[in-house]
Write a protein that binds this ligand. Sequence first.
Ligand SMILES: Cc1cc2nc3c(=O)[nH]c(=O)nc-3n(C[C@H](O)[C@H](O)[C@H](O)COP(=O)(O)OP(=O)(O)OC[C@H]3O[C@@H](n4cnc5c(N)ncnc54)[C@H](O)[C@@H]3O)c2cc1C
Length: 258
Amino acid sequence: MKCAPFEYVRPTSVDDVLAALAEADGEGKILAGGQSLVPVMALRMARPAVLVDVNKVEGLSDLECDDGSVHVGALVRHRTLAEQTAHPLLAEAARHIGHTAIRTRGTAGGSIAHADPAAELPVVAVATGATVTVAGADGDRWVAAEDLFAGPLMTTLDPDEMVTGIDFPVPTRWGFAEFARRHGDFALVTVVVAEVDGDLRIVVGGVGPVPIRARSTGAETLGDELTPTGDLHGSADFRRGLAIEMARRALASAGIQG
Ligand SMILES: Cc1cc2nc3c(=O)[nH]c(=O)nc-3n(C[C@H](O)[C@H](O)[C@H](O)COP(=O)(O)OP(=O)(O)OC[C@H]3O[C@@H](n4cnc5c(N)ncnc54)[C@H](O)[C@@H]3O)c2cc1C
């Protein structure tokens, strides 16, 4: 199938992006790496009247280290995240995203805004207590990652807002484990363990509508907290079992007795 007709604009500043979204009056969509949006447009599951290409917007492709955090501009590509050394957990997570072509185009801002429950970066964002910078008509606002994700492919962003960057605290201890059927596939379950400022979090992706922060800090008790649903990739019990095993591995790689 081909995309439905749309108007295409390519602003070069955040202000112009916001103006284009406002003018589109809820019918506009930001185009970043296009790795999630273009396939759904081609299937006509999304039919934006205006496509606002943000790839030429200046100042959103930088990665900066600052006081225990790494600031990732919205247009930083997954490949850059995978290759940087300032935030080893982010690098490990980014290496697990799709294939080379997807990592070369896909962006951090796009992944966070797309809010796929099986995606790696939202899980890292919640586990590290990341803060998302959101630009809108009234200026910038800062949203804790766990308050951004509202459901599968749903966020608390307004249609005329834009993610401009994410601040990921660098954890003192961390572990990452995921299970995918084949290399490059979306994971069935991802577990990230991160300790930031003495606060240890275990966060699980793929077992609910958003990344789930566990109350427990042990792999065995984690299973009692999760209520995954079964689908064609596996039963609910299979996903729960995977989550326990991935948590065990993530805790072990963080050097924590699970
Ligand atoms: C074959 C394949 C395999 C993949 N495997 C994985 C995987 O294993 N793990 C994984 O995490 N992802 C995977 N992806 C998705 C990939 O990571 C995408 O890059 C990511 O989900 C979206 O980023 P993008 O820059 O391509 O966004 P786009 O596709 O351009 O946009 C996605 C959505 O986010 C919105 N958006 C984009 N940028 C912003 C912004 N700055 N502010 C507000 N809204 C914005 C768009 O309007 C759109 O609704 C895969 C994709 C493909 C095609």
